[in-house]
Unconditional design. Structure first.
Length: 133
């Protein structure tokens, strides 16, 4: 979850993660929450592995027109300003919601959404120097 709430503080106190991935939608208000989370991880000496733009673009299933209801590129620009890796974009998609609701890992699907998740996972694994199976 975004921000600096109990979830993040408890995780830092009990588990000491090897790294954090900051996920945000591209609009300014969401990026402000993401920045607070980044500051919390910095204070906890948890390396930030990179940033991911969530709900990035939507393709209408009826007409095929692409749009960006939440804007576009805000997270990538923030990553550049912060000198952090930009790990990729996850599209706003019915397929992601449906797979999540069904408990099916969308990253396993051979779809644009699955490909986006796998590419981000590979970049995170590289940052942690972990080999993907």
């Amino acid at each position: 979850p975004p921000g600096t709430g109990d979830v993040q503080i408890t995780m830092l106190q009990k588990f000491r993660p090897d790294g954090a991935v900051i996920v945000s939608t591209p609009q300014d208000l969401a990026l402000a929450d993401a920045a607070r989370a980044g500051s919390l991880f910095d204070q906890g000496e948890v390396p930030i592995l990179g940033l991911v733009e969530n709900m990035a673009g939507y393709v209408c299933p009826h007409c095929g027109e692409a749009s960006d209801p939440f804007g576009s590129g805000g997270v990538e620009r923030a990553a550049g300003r912060l000198d952090l890796p930009f790990l990729g974009r996850i599209p706003l998609s019915h397929a992601v919601r449906e797979a999540s609701d069904a408990g099916a890992p969308v990253a396993m699907a051979d779809t644009p959404e699955g490909n986006a998740f796998r590419a981000i996972a590979e970049r995170i694994a590289q940052a942690l120097s972990v080999e993907m199976a």
